[in-house]
Design a protein around this ligand. Sequence first.
Ligand SMILES: Cc1ncc(COP(=O)(O)O)c(C=O)c1O
Length: 419
Amino acid sequence: MGSAVHLSSAELYERALELLPGGVNSPVRAMRSIGRDPIFVARGEGPDLVDVDGNRYVDWMMSWGPLIAGHAHPEVIAAVTAAAAAGTSFGAPTEAEVDLAAEVVRRVPSAEMVRLVSSGTEASMSALRLARAATGRDRIAKFAGAYHGHVDGLLADAGSGLATQGIPASPGVTAAQAADTVVVPWGAVPDGELAAILCEPYPANMGLVLPPEGFLVALRERADETGALLIFDEVISGCRVAPGGAQEREAVTPDLSILGKVIGGGLPAAAYAGRRDLMERVAPAGDVYQAGTLSGNPLATAAGLATLKLLDEGAYARLDRLTETLADGLREAAADAGVPVHVCHTTALLTVFFSEEPVYDYEDAKACDTEGYAAFCRAMLDRGVYLPPSQFEAWFPSLAHGDAHVERTLEAAREAFAS
Ligand SMILES: Cc1ncc(COP(=O)(O)O)c(C=O)c1O
């Protein structure tokens, strides 16, 4: 039974600590790395988040990326509501799954066929299984500071929550699983007989770090020379930095792509997609087994389709302009206050690194002044601006944000940098 009185964030956290490990269901939410207790959310409205204590924030986190249309966008809510009224899950095919797959194929250059799943982790895990089956090889190369979900073999030197907690790798991963992962620094081209070279083409889990000039092409070439598959994890960048993601923007086509976040519009949908000959290895077309009770869930496909419908050319142009204005304003505010930061941005993604130098890889990201970031983040929260509570994450500008929200954020930033 729910309680009749409304509990504060502090009271809810105390209760949650008894029931959930660390009081949360995903580690970075605990806000430990910025030295405060978590904020419990009551609701979201467009660009705003409202907490159970009645505070309102401009939200630049947007549920870590899925909400590119903002919170509770009326068209997304209408689509989800209509879908729910017709039944929440069937475990049988629906038209919307085919429509969402068609939309992914239309947008994403590498996608000829699609398998829908429920989380980015599940998509990564399944894409690796397929790559191993297709190549008959075991080893995968990944990049330091990249995060591909909590897949056992991919937790070595992973960004995001592991970077935030300073965890180099998780216990519970077998030596055999770890041995099948080769970790290379971002910017180095992996060598050897690999099943796959796996990367985030625009890494955003050590904070946003863009690829060096020509690097993605070099990965494509190395994969072709060595018979490895090239896999782009576009869970963050997919349908965000361009209609077809980073692969469209950089004109480099991987063999397989991993998608999530935006394609689910805030509900659990993700996908792996790619060349037809590879995807036809997936059961029941082929012999590589992968299944899911809630895969292609009607609510999630409805939210995904409604969200993608909002993302036309004009939407990307707006996101691009908005992010640029925000990035420029943050650079100027920091410079005026004499705080050394490096702001990295692209369309609808941004990170403020507390660093005198540009950040090119995970070593650079780890060398940032994380205490400085934590103080900035706390000061911004105090001023009604909600940022990712970790240096190793990106901000997620959305279609719900406008010039007024950028201006409010910059006003808060001028004070926060000064303090
Ligand atoms: C690039 C990337 N891949 C995979 C994942 C895992 O997705 P999920 O959290 O849906 O399992 C994430 C999550 O943030 C991600 O950023």
